[in-house]
Design a protein around this ligand. Structure first.
Ligand code: NAG
Ligand code: NAG
Ligand code: NAG
Length: 195
């Protein structure tokens, strides 16, 4: 089933859209973009159709902005996360970090939870849906490798997952307003390196 972008926006926002009445009911539940409940990976392929007229400029700005997330985290420049997240961002980092808000809390909690390790976050598979002039949604796979320090030198822990990000355009900059981090598989390696 092909969903036009306004239909997708309606579905993602969990509101009725008149054109949906003339087409079969979508095979997925209504989804609330600003909720901390992630979208099921099963639903993502149908929710994110290949756009026939992609908004290349917005997509490229979003991709480049998201690229500053690994640069900030791996550079341990947590202040620079302000380039990526809106000040009022809400981020569900899943257990054990859970829901972090606002940006100042995201910065402080990520800084302290990564204090004992250095990291490399590698972004992979990505789909960006520009929903309107000032809203977008993206799914981006990541592999996060954490390197132990001190007595844990040479030990690593690896996390696999995806970021589900809801973007807003504010003052001509795209920022993540809501993030859901979904782990894909168990943490691998020596988890003691964080302690
Ligand atoms: C979406 O979720 C947010 C946060 O939980 C809530 O405030 C809002 O009312 C929800 N919107 C809809 C349309 O259900
Ligand atoms: C946060 O996301 C996890 C899945 O990654 C989910 O199990 C949990 O219910 C979410 N928390 C909230 C408060 O929505
Ligand atoms: C983690 O690394 C420490 C230090 O090298 C080592 O003693 C310990 O056995 C490792 N644990 C696991 C689960 O590999």
């Amino acid at each position: 089933m092909h969903l036009r972008v306004p239909d997708l926006l309606a579905v993602l926002l969990g509101v009725a859209h008149t054109s949906l009445a003339t087409t079969p009911a979508p095979p997925f539940p209504s989804i609330n973009l600003t909720s901390t409940t992630p979208i099921s990976p099963f639903d993502l392929p149908a929710l994110l159709p290949v756009p026939s007229h992609p908004n290349l400029a917005a997509s490229e700005l979003i991709r480049t902005t998201l690229g500053h997330y690994p640069l900030s985290i791996d550079g341990k420049n947590f202040e620079a996360l302000a380039l990526v997240f809106a000040a009022d961002a809400v981020a569900n980092y899943s257990a054990p970090l859970n829901v972090l808000t606002p940006l100042a809390t995201i910065q402080a909690v990520l800084a302290s939870s990564l204090e004992k390790v250095t990291t490399q976050h590698s972004l992979g598979t990505q789909v960006i849906e520009v929903l309107s002039e000032n809203e977008a949604f993206s799914v981006t796979y990541y592999t996060a490798t954490h390197f132990g320090m001190g007595v844990y030198e040479g030990e690593i822990a690896v996390a696999y997952g995806q970021y589900q990000d809801y973007w807003v355009l504010r003052h001509q900059s795209w920022k993540i307003q809501k993030r859901n981090l979904v782990y894909m598989g168990p943490g691998i390696g020596n988890l003691s390196i964080f302690t």
